[in-house]
Design a protein around this ligand. Structure first.
Ligand code: NAP
Length: 461
């Protein structure tokens, strides 16, 4: 058998079918036997193993194994059961959403046994896994060469295969984590636009659908806006209203957005749009408290809806905020690449994100070009073409935020994006006062703009 797949959850099953449809022979194994039996009954053309020993025996050498189990301790448990059966030179791939630091640890441990370990970020959901995911590969380069052909074949295609080796050890899972952070930010920006269009401007859901649909035709074309239009046109057959209006407004999360924010804090990289998106989900989860607060903290009385002309302006605000979300994510990748020695090719990240993955979007063409024309680009907002675009969008972006504040509709990710943009391009910040205060209460010293050195002042005299 060419490859073995462990973990027959929704992703594992679809990846198996994807490998098989590309002509590879696959053997599957799952902890719970019943799931394997059900899968084997549905797909008799695929080999199934009921012990890990039998599983390994059926594989060609070097053994190539793809793990697709729940991230965290299940990955360690599976690796621990497997290691006695592995030989030097075997290739073990973890395709789940593992934390990159777990992947770092597992890489070191498996390298001691000369097992080639790859941490592969898989994006595209169940449909992507079946028809062509985006694969962000990190780990052992030699091991990658043993599976490169297979992975590039099953991946989505967009200007080449959406599969790329992005660096050693945890690099692939790091890039996937940041991908998910950007995904949180974009989803929040889209949700804020929907909130403004309905609550502040007074559009019905059909009109919101039409606005999103129009946005999706041009430069803002993206998978997330496209699926937002699909979601908005779905009706509940029983109640005969748009289904979205019946969904409880309490967002859940699996943690990858939070990991992105946590790691950005560790590295000292500002990603306020992603932070705002994570916080907004946390706030949404406080449904009972929000209900109580809405009765006490009544919003300002609304005499009328905001002008409809804001709909066109909102398009610019969404476009700018989405671009800034990518800028923050790539800024973080750049810093992490240096910090962890990953040497991540950012232009290739932009390229492979153009297909298969959840954040695929037309703007990635410009992002890829920006990194191809300047490898040292500090921040996407500094690219000649993208900076021009932001300058063009800025006026409407600001108008929309003013309108939202007047209407008391929270748009934290859109606002954080503009604040990031304004802060990043500010020659002067108020951090001089912060430094003075720190020195006043904690004798932390400060630097001066008129001479070098560290200074402390007795501020009380
Ligand atoms: P899932 O449907 O919940 O399946 C989880 C799989 O993990 C099952 O095969 C389960 O086996 C196995 N498992 C759980 N605990 C185990 C343990 N202690 N030991 C051995 N096996 C164990 O998950 P999924 O959605 O396919 O996701 C799999 C991985 O891909 C996760 O890391 C997820 O974050 C990642 N991912 C998911 C998506 C998505 O859209 N769903 C997209 C990208 C990445 P049993 O049958 O024995 O319980």
């Amino acid at each position: 058998m060419d490859i073995g797949l462990i973990g027959l959850g929704v992703m594992g099953q679809n990846l198996t079918l994807n490998f098989q449809s590309h002509g590879y022979s696959v053997v599957v194994y799952n902890r719970t036997e019943q799931r394997t039996k059900e899968f084997a009954a549905k797909h008799p053309e695929i080999s199934a193993a009921y012990t890990l020993h039998e599983f390994i025996q059926s594989l060609d050498r070097p053994h190539r194994i793809f793990l697709m189990v729940t991230a965290g301790s299940p990955v360690d448990a599976t690796i621990s059961n497997l290691t006695v059966l592995l030989s030097p030179g075997d290739v073990l791939i973890d395709g789940g959403n593992s934390h990159f630091q777990d992947t770092e640890r597992r890489s070191t441990e498996l390298a001691k046994r000369s097992v080639h370990f790859l941490g592969v970020g898989v994006s595209g959901g169940e449909e992507g896994a079946l028809k062509g995911p985006c694969l962000m590969v990190g780990g052992n380069r030699e091991g990658y060469e043993h599976v490169r052909k297979m992975l590039t074949k099953i991946a989505a295609q967009a200007d080449g295969p959406c599969c790329q080796f992005l660096g050693p050890r945890g690099a692939g899972h790091y890039v996937k984590m940041v991908h998910n952070g950007i995904e949180y930010a974009i989803i929040q920006v889209i949700a804020e636009a929907y909130d403004l269009l309905t609550r502040a401007i007074g559009l019905d859901i059909k009109e919101v659908h039409d606005a999103f649909n129009e946005w999706n035709q041009g430069d803002m074309n993206s998978f997330l806006i496209e699926i937002a239009t699909q979601v908005l046109r779905k009706y509940d057959e029983e109640k005969r209203v748009p289904l979205v209006s019946l969904i409880l407004d309490r967002a859940q999360q699996k943690g990858t957005g939070k990991w992105t924010s946590q790691n950005a804090m560790d590295l000292g990289v500002p990603i306020p749009t992603i932070d705002a998106a994570v916080s907004a989900r946390n706030l949404s989860a406080l449904k009972d408290e929000r209900l109580q607060a809405s009765k006490i903290l009544k919003p300002p009385a609304k005499s009328s809806y905001l002008e409809r002309s804001l709909v066109g302006r909102l398009k610019d605000a969404v476009q700018a905020s989405i671009l800034v979300s990518y800028a923050q994510g790539f800024h973080l990748l750049r810093a992490a690449s240096r910090e962890y020695g990953y040497d991540i090719p950012l232009e290739e990240v932009a390229r492979i994100w153009k297909g298969g993955c959840i954040i695929r979007a037309k703007v990635l063409d410009s992002i890829e070009n920006a990194f191809r024309s300047s490898k040292d680009l500090q921040n996407l907002v500094l690219d000649r073409q993208l900076s021009k675009l932001l300058l063009k969008l800025e006026k409407n972006w600001r108008e929309v935020i003013k309108g939202a504040k007047d209407a008391a509709v929270p748009i934290p990710a859109t606002t954080a994006s503009l604040d990031y943009y304004d802060g990043y391009r500010s020659e002067r910040s108020p951090a001089n006062l912060i430094q003075a205060l720190r020195d006043r209460f904690g004798a932390h010293c400060y630097e001066r703009i008129d001479r070098p050195g560290k200074f402390h002042t007795d501020w009380t005299t």
